[in-house]
Design a protein around this ligand. Structure first.
Ligand code: URA
Length: 209
C-alpha cells in the first residue's frame, strides 16, 4: 500500500529538533511522543465515524459522530517502540497494547521473537505498529508476519524516520500495509544506521547512549 510522508510543519519542526545531537534525553523523549501523536492523527484520518444520539446541553436529543465500532491495538516493538507509545495512546486511550520483542539470531541473522503479549482479539483490531526507525526492515517484516499469522487483518506502521531500503523491503513483503513516517531519509550506512537519521533511537529515548 502507500507510503505516507507526513510533512506537516509541526512534525518537521519537532523532528528537526530531534536530529540535534545536543538535545537532552528528556526533550528527545517528549518530542518522540509528540511526533507520534501527530503521526497517529494522520494515520487514523480515514477511520469511519458512526452517528449516535446523545442528550445535548438542553437535554434535547442530538446526533453526534463517534468512532464506536473501531478497535485498535498499538504494537510497540521493544525497546525503542516504547518511546512512541504514550503519544499514540494519548489520542487512542481505549487501545489495547500488544508488545513484541525480537532479537537477531547471530548465525541465521534472522529476527526471532523473544517476547509477544498480544491482544486476544487481534482479528477484530486495527494494529498500529510503532518503532522509531525503519532501517533494514527485517524486524518490521517479522513483526508484520507474526501479527498476520495471529489473525490481524488491518495493519498500519508508524515510524519517525524511514530509510528507502527499509520501505522497499517492507512494501515488497507486505504491500497491503501503509507506512506513516515523519521523514524518508537518504540511506543506510555500512553499520545499518539511517543517514542523516537520529542515531540510536532506543539509546536516545532511554538515555543509555
Ligand atoms: N535503529 C536506530 O535506532 N537507528 C538507526 O539509524 C537504525 C536503526
Amino acid at each position: 500500500m502507500a507510503l505516507h510522508i507526513v510533512s506537516h510543519p509541526l512534525i518537521q519542526h519537532k523532528l528537526g529538533l530531534m536530529r540535534d545531537v545536543r538535545l537532552s534525553t528528556k526533550s528527545f523523549r517528549e518530542l518522540a511522543n509528540e511526533v507520534s501523536a501527530l503521526l497517529t492523527y494522520e494515520a487514523t484520518s480515514d477511520f469511519e465515524l458512526e452517528p449516535t444520539e446523545v442528550p445535548g446541553w438542553d437535554h434535547k436529543a442530538i446526533e453526534v459522530q463517534q468512532l464506536r465500532g473501531k478497535k485498535v491495538t498499538v504494537v510497540p516493538i521493544l525497546r525503542a517502540g516504547l518511546g512512541m507509545l504514550d503519544g499514540v495512546v494519548d489520542l487512542i486511550p481505549a487501545a489495547k497494547i500488544s508488545v513484541v520483542g525480537l532479537y537477531r539470531d547471530e548465525t541465521t541473522l534472522e529476527p526471532v521473537a523473544y517476547f509477544e503479549k498480544l491482544a486476544s482479539d487481534l482479528a477484530q483490531r486495527t494494529a498500529l505498529v510503532i518503532d522509531p526507525m525503519l532501517a533494514t526492515g527485517g524486524t518490521m517484516i517479522a513483526t508484520l508476519d507474526m501479527l498476520k499469522a495471529k489473525g490481524c487483518k488491518e495493519i498500519r506502521v508508524l515510524v519517525l524516520v524511514a530509510a528507502p531500503e527499509g520501505v522497499a523491503k517492507v512494501t515488497a513483503a507486505h504491500p497491503d500495509v501503509a507506512i506513516y513516517t515523519a521523514a524518508l531519509d537518504e540511506r543506510l550506512n555500512d553499520d545499518g544506521y539511517i543517514v542523516p537519521g537520529l542515531g540510536d533511537a532506543g539509546d536516545r529515548i532511554f538515555g543509555t547512549r
